[in-house]
Design a protein around this ligand. Sequence first.
Ligand code: SF4
Length: 548
Amino acid sequence: MDFAYAALVEFAAHSTAEREYQEESPMRIWPPDEAHASRPAHTRPDRQKPVRLLLINPRSPDSFWSFRWATDHILVHERAPNPPLGLATLAGLCPDHWTVEIVDECIEELPSEPVADIIGICGMGVQHPRQRELLTYYRQKGYYTVAGGSFASLCPERLEGLADTVVAGEAEYIWQQFCDDYEDGCATPLYIERGSVVLSDVPVPRFDLLQLDRYGTASLQFSRGCPYRCDFCDIIVMFGRKPRTKTPEQIGRELDALRAHGANSAFFVDDNLIGNKKLAKELLRYLIDYQKRHDYPFEFGTEASLNLAQDREMMELFRNAGFGWVFLGIETPDVESLKAAGKTQNTTMDLLEAVRTIYSYGIDVYAGFIVGFDNDTAEAFDRQYRFIVDAGIQVAMVGLLTAMPRTQLYERLEREGRLRLDIMPGDNTRAQTNVVPASMSYETMIASYKALYRRLFSDEGIAQRIRNKMRYLRRPNAIAPRKPLLTQLRLLWRTLAHGIAPGGPRRWWRFLSTLRCPPRLWPIVITDWVRGLSMRDYAERYLGETTP
Ligand code: SF4
C-alpha cells in the first residue's frame, strides 16, 4: 500500500480510529489516578544510569513561511525562520541525568545511526508525512521512538503503530511521567494530557541545545489559549479558550538565556499575545523595563488579534517594549464571512483603519488571509487583493480555507458531507484544500487563488504595497540596525544583484519608485522587496507563473 493511499484510508477512518485507539491502547492520562500521583518523580536513587535522548524536528515542506529564496540568495547563513522551541522546552523537562540533543532537519542533516536510547520526533500538520517516515526509519533500526507535537496532539491515532509511544497534548506533566515510566521499563504506547498545564510550571527552554545563529529570529512563549471562537481554529482545540500565561519574571529568565546565546530578536510564538489583555500589559511593562535595564537588546515580534488596534495603551506599550512587527489574523474584509466563521472580533472595526492605526505606532503588520469561506464567490478574490494592496501588507499569507480535525468547521463540514477525504489537511498555502466550497466550484476557487497570488507578487503588486505602507509606517519601531554596516551593504548588494537586476528595467523602475520616502525607511523598503520576491519565488514554483 503506498503512502498516499495509506494516508487516505487512515484519514477516512479517523473518527472511529480515534475512539478505538484511545479505548484500546494502554495509556497514561494526566492528571493521573491516585496511585500514580503518589509516585515521586525522578527521585529514586536507582535513577543513575544516563538516558540518551535525541529530539528531531522533521524538515517542513517548502512554503511561504520558509522564505527559501531569501535564505538561498540573501541571508545565506540563516537556514530557517524559527528554531524548534517545543523541543527545547521538552529538553528542559528531562531529568538532570539524561543527556539530550536536538537536531533540526530544517537546518542540518539527520544522523543515520545516532548514539541514542530514545528518539523523539515532533511535528505539525505540514510535517506529518516526514514525521511518519522518520519514525518508521528509526524504529526499524531498533531505537525506542516517541511521537509528539501539535498533529499528534490533535489526532494521536494517526501515529498508532508508528512509534513506541505517542505523547498527545501539552507535554509538561505527561512527559515527566513518561521519563519515569521509561526508566522503570513500563512506558505505555500513549500518554494524553487531559487537563491544562499551569505555565508557571514550564522550565526555561534549553536554548543552549539550539543553533540560534542559524535562524531568522529566536522564539519564546508567554501564553497558550485564546478567548475567541473562530470556527476553523485548532489552537482553541489544543489550548482552550482561557489564556494561561507565564509570569513576566519567567520571561525575563528566558530572555537572559537568549541574550547569553547571542540572540537579538525574539518572536513570541503565542497565537494571541493579547488574549488576556491585563496580563499582556503587565508583561509589556516588564519588557519595557527589561529593555531599558539591558540597553535594548531585543527586537520583538508576535501574533495578536486585530482588536490590538482598538487599545491605544496596548499599542503604546508594544512600541515602547520594542515590538517591530505583529502578525494579525485578518482573514477577509468580508463581514458576512467573518460572522459566519465566528470571527466577530474583526467585525467591530474598519479593518483598513485598524492596520493603519497599528502602522502609526511604528509596528509593521504581517497578516493571514483566508479564501474559500461559504460566502465567497469568485469576486471575493478581487476584494482580498484590493484590501491587501491598500493596507500595504507585504507578508500576506493567503490560504484556502482548510478544515483541521476536531475544529468546529471540520465537524460541520463532515455533517454536511463537504470534506474532501482525498486531501490531507495541514498546509493551507498549497493550491488544494479538504473543503468543498459552497458558492463556487472547486476548480474556480483554485484558479482564482492562483490568480490572486500572480497579482500580489507581480513587481507592481510588491511595489504598490510598499508605497501604501510607507505612507503610514512613518516611524518604524525596528530598533536601530543590528547588523554591522558591512553586513548591511552586503545584503543590499545581494538584493540588487539577485533580486532587482534579474527583473530588468521595469523592476528597477518600480524599485526606485518605492525609495521615494525618507531614507530612514529604506531598510524596511529593501526588506519588503526581499520578502515579496521570496514569496513570488514560492508562488512561481508551486502555483505557476507570476505576472512580471
Ligand atoms: S483569534 Fe486567532 S487564535 Fe484566537 S480563535 Fe481566532 S484564529 Fe484562533
